[in-house]
Write a protein of this length. Structure first.
Length: 94
């Protein structure tokens, strides 16, 4: 699994959508191969993955919203989604 760096800029892959399902009352990550029901924290993380924010910026923003944010857990979540081809990472040079 690819390591996620501070300057990486995650964004949803072109074939993936983040949507709220009112019937379930939860956010869902939709792709052609799978539907993933997200908890509130996962939805918050993915809502910040716009291709402009860096991973470090996303973690900082989450720390402003939540009492406890574990940097390693955010990075592992993002890395799993990159490995599943649901997220893409832009480099921090842009």
């Amino acid at each position: 699994m690819r390591a996620v760096g501070d300057t990486d800029r995650p964004r949803l892959a072109p074939h993936v959508r983040l949507e709220f399902d009112p019937a379930r009352g939860r956010h869902m990550l939709l792709s052609p191969e799978a539907v993933t029901v997200l908890n509130a924290t996962g939805a918050a993380v993915l809502g910040l993955c716009d291709g402009r924010r860096t991973v470090a910026g996303i973690v900082a923003e989450l720390r402003g919203r939540y009492e406890v944010v574990i940097d390693g857990e955010v990075r592992e979540f993002l890395a799993r989604l990159v490995a599943a081809r649901r997220l893409e990472m832009g480099d921090g040079d842009g």
